[in-house]
Design a protein around this ligand. Structure first.
Ligand SMILES: Cc1cc2nc3c(=O)[nH]c(=O)nc-3n(C[C@H](O)[C@H](O)[C@H](O)COP(=O)(O)OP(=O)(O)OC[C@H]3O[C@@H](n4cnc5c(N)ncnc54)[C@H](O)[C@@H]3O)c2cc1C
Length: 483
């Protein structure tokens, strides 16, 4: 029995891993040159450095993602952050860390220490959290009116709820449904002690999901074909089943089972209109809406962020990451996010409205790479990448004293317009399950029905669930415990 997995993002990777572990013969096809999908890296032409399209963060509550890493020996590439740093534009900061008390008390002192809320606001926030913990987990009414009826003000919404939720769910509190907002707080902060702990990859994502996974696949006879785009799936005219996957060059790949693990907006290209007309679960996917994330990559001549990361409260920037050693490269920079290479490009970089000639890179030049992440970035579209970068640079000067005198050597802004689906109220009615009415077609992807918002955790869960459906349909039932 052979399975064709279409899409080499985390969902397709997880499905392939589980199928391969059960001895199923798998071919994995990916349209791009690299595996990893949205969690991928690219080589910056100026620095020669492998950089991630965007920093990807895992949390302690992402149990299946962390298990996926552990099972493949990848956890050694993750740095556990047991302290979060919160910054405000007045230059003040507070540290968020757990006490050795049972959940949810373990974080109460951290909340009380938050410098960006007044004592009365902290009381309001605690009241809101308490109400959230007690409400129906499945009820997905609009969040903002609910927060207001539970004592939240403009300031607590901006400074507390938005700070956590915009980066976790990639949408603003004014648009979100209550279900996934509740999940973020309950799973991340209230139910278990380690749910909030953040894990940062210490190698480019391309190494994590590309090179390391390829080794596993080579050992488990999974055929990986990158730069192989499926143009469409061919349907049996007499039965609800797929008979082949036609590639761009007209070649047809055939398998007993097909796992489609592409982003939701690509599904329409693969399936014929008749399938959407006949089966409402496919048609519903068209109602999902995308939300964008922008990352601003900045290279300075000196360190400006004294911690591995920082969370910005009520700012343009949301998360700052000081990236560590880029050991993926042959000519990798030494640890500490310094690039040391030879040759010079004489490129120009924008910095604070002025234009600096940069000597890049020289043997003597040490650079310090900072990544700024702005989730739900669609409202910034009107000022363009250059305008947004200026806003970020100005804000960094308010947040970090070292940024006022540091020289910006190089910069890059990347926007992923369809970064995630928007978790609007009631969104789950548009998310299909992994099993479809087509006998040998299974869906995977962070947008399928996993009970999670669009995250790496959701992608891995969907891949496991899709593999489970395939194995069941092959008559080799497996029981997954995805709690
Ligand atoms: C900027 C950004 C920041 C993010 N930050 C975080 C974070 O910090 N933490 C977190 O948990 N999540 C984060 N996410 C979300 C996370 O990246 C996704 O939820 C997850 O990677 C989705 O995996 P997937 O396999 O479902 O889809 P994808 O990664 O999109 O994979 C689908 C793959 O299918 C391929 N494909 C499409 N069409 C075809 C075709 N016709 N033939 C063959 N292949 C095809 C695509 O090239 C792609 O590789 C972020 C996303 C973005 C964009």
């Amino acid at each position: 029995m052979h399975t064709l997995v279409i899409g080499g993002g985390l969902a397709g990777l997880a499905a392939s891993v589980l199928l391969a572990r059960h001895g199923v013969s798998v071919t994995l096809v990916e349209a791009r040159p690299r595996l990893g999908g949205r969690a991928a890296s690219f080589r910056d032409s100026t620095t020669g450095q492998w950089i991630d399209l965007c920093q990807h963060v895992a949390m302690g509550c992402c149990t299946q993602l962390l298990q996926f890493f552990r099972s493949l020996g990848l956890q050694r590439y993750l740095a556990k952050q047991e302290r979060l740093v919160f910054l405000t534009r007045d230059g003040r900061r507070s540290y968020f860390r757990a006490d050795p008390w049972p959940a949810p008390l373990h974080l109460s002192r951290a909340l009380l220490a938050a410098h960006y809320l007044t004592p009365a606001e902290k009381f309001r926030v605690l009241r809101g959290l308490n109400a959230l913990l007690r409400c129906d987990p499945q009820d997905d009414q609009p969040l903002e009116p609910w927060l207001r009826t539970h004592g939240q003000t403009d300031r607590t919404i901006r400074r507390f709820w938005n700070t956590v939720l915009v980066s976790a769910l990639n949408d603003s509190v004014t648009a979100l449904g209550r279900k996934y907002a509740r999940k973020v707080f309950v799973d991340g902060f209230l139910r278990q002690r380690d749910g909030w702990v953040v894990y940062l990859p210490v190698v480019p994502l391309d190494r994590l999901y590309g090179d390391e996974l390829r080794l596993f696949f080579a050992r488990h006879n999974v055929a990986v074909r990158c730069q192989t785009r499926v143009r469409r799936l061919l349907m049996d005219p007499h039965a609800p089943r797929v008979v082949g996957a036609e590639l761009r060059d007209g070649t047809v790949l055939q398998a007993d089972h097909y796992v489609v693990a592409v982003p939701f907006q690509c599904l329409t290209d693969l399936l014929p209109p008749s399938v959407f007309d006949q089966f409402p679960c496919f048609a519903a996917v068209r109602q999902l809406q995308p939300s964008s994330i922008t990352s601003v990559h900045l290279w300075y001549d000196r360190p400006i962020l004294p911690w591995p990361h920082a969370v910005v409260v009520d700012g343009v920037c949301q998360w700052l990451f000081r990236r560590v050693s880029n050991s993926h490269d042959e000519d990798a920079p030494s640890p500490g996010s310094c690039v040391k290479t030879s040759g010079g490009s004489g490129a120009w970089a924008d910095g604070g409205g002025e234009r600096y000639p940069i000597r890049w890179p020289t043997a003597e030049t040490k650079t310090h790479y900072l990544q700024v992440v702005i989730s739900a970035s669609t409202p910034w579209r009107s000022i363009g990448h250059a305008g947004l970068q200026q806003e970020v640079i100005q804000e960094l000067k308010q947040l970090l004293p070292a940024a006022r005198t540091a020289r910006l050597l190089h910069s890059r802004v990347v926007t992923e317009h369809a970064a995630t689906f928007r978790p609007l109220p009631g969104v789950d009615r548009y998310r299909p399950g992994q099993a479809t009415p087509l006998y040998n077609l299974t869906l995977a992807g962070d947008w399928t029905d996993t009970g999670w918002p669009a995250t790496m955790e959701s992608a891995v869960r969907s891949g496991y669930l899709a593999a489970q459906v395939v194995l069941n349909r092959m008559g080799r039932p497996v029981c997954l415990n995805l709690s």
